[in-house]
Design a protein around this ligand. Structure first.
Ligand code: GLN
Ligand code: MG
Ligand code: MG
Ligand code: MG
Length: 446
């Protein structure tokens, strides 16, 4: 854990010119304010003040002064900045946002919402570990430098070069991530043309959320350096797979992995089943957070390895939760397959954790696994087996969120209302917009 003094000397040694103080808005967009590196000591001492009124979902004009407190654990030099010749050296620090009136953490800071979830888990004797599998597309740009939907290659699942044209790009992403302290576990070409996945090692929930935010910046920056565009939009092209961000979850207690039970058929403990039951119970509401865009729901359709039914399985990938084959004191975990990489990682991990903890607290009973391909189920099959569906649109997801007190509490009233407001606006605008599909269907027909 780097102390403030250690960081101050690193700034000297590495010749850092600027510090980017970062935080995330409610929608998951990374924001930053840059300060000259000689202000670092002051930033650690007093924080840095900024006007929060212009940040999406933050505060009203009359109470707009906010303070950023840099978290020394998150110091990292931004490698893609220094790759450019004669460019300045920048480092980033992820910050907590403080309400200057009360001196307390700002209730609208997603990082604080996650810290609250982590504290609840801690009170119950657990630490959450999370390992994400973010997927993304790489697209060509047009003459004007704007992103197109022409995929950068035509490779498929686990393809090698020359079909996989992005090996260089992925390699550079991985080197940069490693220079920032990531432990990358695997990377591969995904199922769809131009689609890739890079998996980094699981960590505690806060580190993982910070890592996801950093990961998205690195991927986009490296693509930019290669003259292509990387996107975490969940479903940029209909008819082929979209991009998910499967998230592996486990809880650790004093005796190690609280999800592991050697004797169990699936290697899962009672605690794991209760957690899983909580995730299933709150699945409709957490969808609003884990799948927060209009486009997210174009991914959650049958036939593309994305879940639509609220069930778990040890064998098939059409279920919402999968029990990976790996088992053992270090490996027993569950994989939530609904999240997509457009989510706010702090809020997403917070609601997943609260949902599971609620299951443990209420000792919810977990249904058995579903072994069939659920995409093939008829409506009667589903109803008979009590399998619910995930919300089919952003509008339905917001409704489900607003009917779930546990998840609303997880977000706190500030974020719950700002999030609902922003997303209702987004969905209403979408409903009123005229799409290319409609023009193709109706323009010449009527
Ligand atoms: N892209 C798929 C999804 O949307 C996942 C594919 C895979 O990782 N096997 O979730
Ligand atoms: Mg994977
Ligand atoms: Mg994948
Ligand atoms: Mg997976």
């Amino acid at each position: 854990m780097p102390s403030k003094d250690k960081i101050l000397s690193l700034i000297q040694e590495e010749g850092v010119d600027f510090l980017r103080l970062q935080f995330t808005d409610i929608l998951g967009t990374v924001k930053n304010v840059s300060i000259p590196a000689h202000q670092a000591a002051k930033a650690f001492e007093d924080g840095i003040y900024f006007d929060g009124s212009s940040i999406e979902g933050f505060v009203r004009i009359q109470e707009s002064d906010m303070r950023l407190n840099p978290d020394p654990d998150t110091f990292a030099i931004l490698p893609w900045r220094s790759r450019r010749e004669d460019s300045t050296v920048s480092a980033r620090l992820i910050c907590d946002v403080i309400n200057t009136t009360t001196g307390e953490p700002f209730k609208g800071d997603p990082r604080y919402v996650l810290k609250r979830a982590i504290a609840r888990a801690k009170d119950m004797g657990y630490d959450m570990n999370a390992g994400p599998e973010p997927e993304f597309f790489v697209f060509e740009k047009d003459e004007k430098g704007r992103a197109t939907t022409e995929t950068h290659d035509h490779g498929g699942y686990f393809d090698l070069g020359p079909k996989d044209l992005a090996q260089e790009i992925r390699a550079e992403i991985i080197y940069m991530l490693e220079s920032m302290g990531f432990e990358v576990e695997a990377s591969h070409h995904e199922v769809a043309p131009g689609q890739h996945e890079i998996d980094f090692k699981y960590a505690d929930a806060l580190t993982t959320a910070d890592n996801i935010a950093t990961f998205r910046s690195v991927v986009r920056a490296v693509a930019e350096l290669h003259g292509v565009h990387a996107t975490f939009m969940p479903k940029p092209i209909s008819g082929i797979n979209g991009s998910g961000m499967h998230t592996h979850i486990s809880l650790f207690g004093d005796d190690g992995n609280a999800f592991h039970e050697e004797e169990d058929e699936f290697g899962l403990s009672e605690t794991a089943y209760q957690f899983l039951a909580g995730v299933l119970e709150h699945a409709p509401a957490i969808t609003a957070i884990c799948n927060p865009t209009v486009n997210s729901y174009k991914r959650l359709v049958p036939g593309y390895e994305a879940p639509i039914y609220v069930a778990w399985s040890d064998v098939n990938r059409s279920a919402l939760v999968r029990k990976p084959a790996a088992r053992g004191p270090n490996a027993s975990r569950i994989e939530l397959r609904s999240p997509d990489p457009s989510c706010n990682p702090y809020l997403a991990l917070a609601v997943m954790l609260h949902a599971g903890l609620d299951g443990i607290e209420k000792e919810l009973e977990c249904p058995g696994p579903v072994r069939e391909n659920i995409y093939d189920f008829t409506e009667e099959d589903r109803i008979e087996r009590g399998i619910e569906t995930l919300p089919g649109t952003l509008g339905q997801a917001i409704k489900a969120l607003n009917e779930d007190e546990v998840i609303l509490d997880a977000l706190g009233p500030h974020i719950a209302s700002k999030f609902t407001e922003a997303k209702t606006h987004e969905y209403t605008e979408f409903l009123a917009s005229v799409s290319q599909w409609e023009l193709d269907q109706y323009l010449e027909t009527f």
